[in-house]
Design a protein around this ligand. Structure first.
Ligand SMILES: Cc1ncc(COP(=O)(O)O)c(C=O)c1O
Length: 409
C-alpha cells in the first residue's frame, strides 16, 4: 500500500497502475479522510475552513492546494471525477449538475462568438435546442450533418469550425460512426472532436482511444444506472478541462456531493451492469425482429443493422438501448406503449428498470417535423431501454404491446 501525503497527514491509498477497468471502477479516485472510512465519504458542505487568514488568501490565489467552496471543488465530487477520468482514460474530468450542464459548459468554455460547431443530426433533442435556440443568440454558428455522412463532415467544415459534436451510438436509432475517421477530419481542421459517450459508457467504448478530444456524459443514465440522480461530466486534457472548470465555477451548475456519491457507487457496478444490459438487449432485439407487428428493429448488434460491422470493430457490444418501428401510426405506437404492465413509460434510459418512450412526442418533440424526419424519428418509432429484469419477462410485457396493436386494427 502506498502512502499519500495530504494536508491532514499520511493516508494510505492504493496505487492503480496497469489494473483492469473493473478494478478502476471500484477503486480509482478514492480519497480517504483521516477517519480511514472504507466506503467513500460524502462531504455535504458548501464551504471549507482555513487555518488562518493567510492560508485563505493563499488558497484563493492558488498558491496552496485545497478546497475553498463547493461550487469550485468538493472531495466527493473530486472522487467521482477521478474515477470516471480513469475509466475513460482521460487526464481530467469536470462534473456538472446534469448532462446538459456538462454539454453547455463544454460549449461555453471552448467556443466563442463567431465560431462554428458542426454537429451530428442524430444527437439528443435538447442538445439541438441548446445549439439552435440559445448558443446561436451568442453568435455561435451551428450546422448539422448526418452521422455517417463522412463527405458531409468534411464539406461541412468552415474556416471558423472549432468543434465537431456527435453521439455514437446515436439516440434512439443506434447509428454508429467511425470515430477514427471523423477524428482525422477534426484534427486536419484543427477542431475539437467531442463525443457524447452516454449510451456505451467507457465499459463498451473508449472514445479517447479512437481519437476524440473530449468525452461528455449524462451521468443520469448508465453511470448512475438506477435512475436516482441528475448529473453530467466532461473529460479531456488538463488544459481543456481547466477552461471547462473555469466556466462551471463561475456559472454555477456544479454537481452536488450527494449525487457524486451515488455516481461513485454506480460506477462500481458499471462493468457488470453494462454486460448484462447488452446481453438482455440483444435477446429482446432478436425476438422483436421476428415479430410480424414490428416493421424494423434498430440495434447495432443485429446483423440487419447497417452499422453492424462497425459496431463489432468499435464497441465491445451494443448497449441496453434499442428502438423499433411498429406497423402502424402514432396512435398505434401509443397503444403499444400504454399496454406495458411493468416497463416504465418514462424519458430516462440506462436504468436497471426497463423504460419505454415515444421519441417523436417526448425526447425529440421540440424538433420541427422536418428535423425529426431527417433524424429518422418517425411517429411509429418506439425507444426501449432494456433493464435488468429477466429478459423473458421484458419480452412478455412487449407481447402485450403487440396484442394491443392487433386488437385495434
Ligand atoms: C445522449 C444524451 N446526452 C445528454 C443527455 C442530457 O442529460 P441530462 O438529462 O442528464 O441533462 C441525454 C438525456 O437524456 C442523452 O440521452
Amino acid at each position: 500500500m502506498a502512502i499519500s501525503k495530504t494536508p491532514e497527514g499520511n493516508i494510505p491509498v492504493p496505487q492503480l497502475d496497469e489494473v483492469a477497468l473493473e478494478t478502476l471502477a471500484v477503486r480509482a479516485g478514492q480519497i480517504r479522510s483521516p477517519e480511514l472510512e472504507h466506503s467513500e465519504a460524502i462531504f455535504p458542505t458548501s464551504s471549507f475552513v482555513f487555518n488562518s487568514a493567510q492560508e485563505a488568501a493563499q488558497r484563493f490565489a492558488g498558491e496552496v492546494p485545497g478546497n475553498i467552496y463547493a461550487r469550485f471543488t468538493n472531495p466527493t465530487v473530486a472522487m467521482f471525477e477521478q474515477r470516471i477520468a480513469a475509466l475513460e482514460g482521460g487526464e481530467r474530468a469536470v462534473a456538472a449538475a446534469s448532462g446538459m450542464a456538462a454539454i453547455l459548459s463544454t460549449f461555453m468554455a471552448l467556443l466563442q462568438q463567431g465560431d462554428h460547431i458542426l454537429c451530428s443530426k442524430s444527437v439528443f433533442g435538447t442538445t439541438r435546442v441548446l445549439l439552435d435556440k440559445y448558443l446561436s443568440k451568442f453568435g455561435i454558428e451551428v450546422s448539422y450533418v448526418a452521422l455517417g455522412d463522412y463527405d458531409g463532415w468534411q464539406s461541412g467544415l468552415r474556416d471558423n469550425t472549432r468543434m465537431l459534436f456527435l453521439e455514437t451510438p446515436s439516440n434512439p436509432l443506434c447509428e454508429i460512426v467511425d470515430l477514427p475517421r471523423v477524428a482525422a477530419i477534426a484534427q486536419n481542421a484543427e477542431a475539437l472532436l467531442v463525443v457524447d459517450n452516454c449510451f456505451c459508457t467507457p465499459v463498451l467504448q473508449q472514445p479517447f482511444r479512437l481519437g476524440a478530444d473530449i468525452v461528455v456524459h449524462s451521468a443520469t443514465k448508465y453511470l448512475d444506472g438506477q435512475g436516482r440522480c441528475l448529473g453530467g461530466v466532461v473529460i479531456g486534457s488538463e488544459q481543456l478541462m481547466e477552461e471547462v472548470h473555469g466556466f462551471l465555477r463561475s456559472a454555477g451548475p456544479a454537481m452536488s456531493p450527494f449525487n457524486a456519491w451515488v455516481f461513485l457507487k454506480g460506477l462500481e457496478t458499471l462493468p457488470v451492469r453494462m454486460k448484462a444490459h447488452s446481453e438482455h438487449a440483444l435477446k429482446v432485439a432478436v425476438w422483436l425482429e421476428q415479430q410480424s407487428g414490428i416493421e424494423r428493429v434498430y440495434y447495432s448488434d443485429l446483423e440487419s443493422h447497417p452499422d453492424y460491422a462497425l459496431a463489432q470493430k468499435q464497441q465491445v457490444s451494443g448497449s441496453g438501448v434499442l428502438s423499433f418501428e411498429i406497423k402502424g401510426d402514432r396512435a398505434a405506437a401509443w397503444r403499444f406503449i400504454d399496454a406495458m404492465e411493468f416497463i416504465s413509460i418514462t424519458a430516462n434510459l440506462g436504468d436497471v428498470k426497463s423504460t419505454i418512450t415515444h421519441p417523436a412526442t417526448t425526447t425529440h418533440g421540440r424538433l420541427t417535423e422536418e428535423d425529426k424526419l431527417d433524424a429518422g424519428i418517425t411517429d411509429n418509432l418506439i425507444r426501449l431501454s432494456v433493464g435488468l429484469e429477466h429478459p423473458e419477462d421484458v419480452i412478455r410485457d412487449l407481447k402485450r404491446g403487440l396484442s394491443a396493436l392487433q386488437s385495434q386494427r
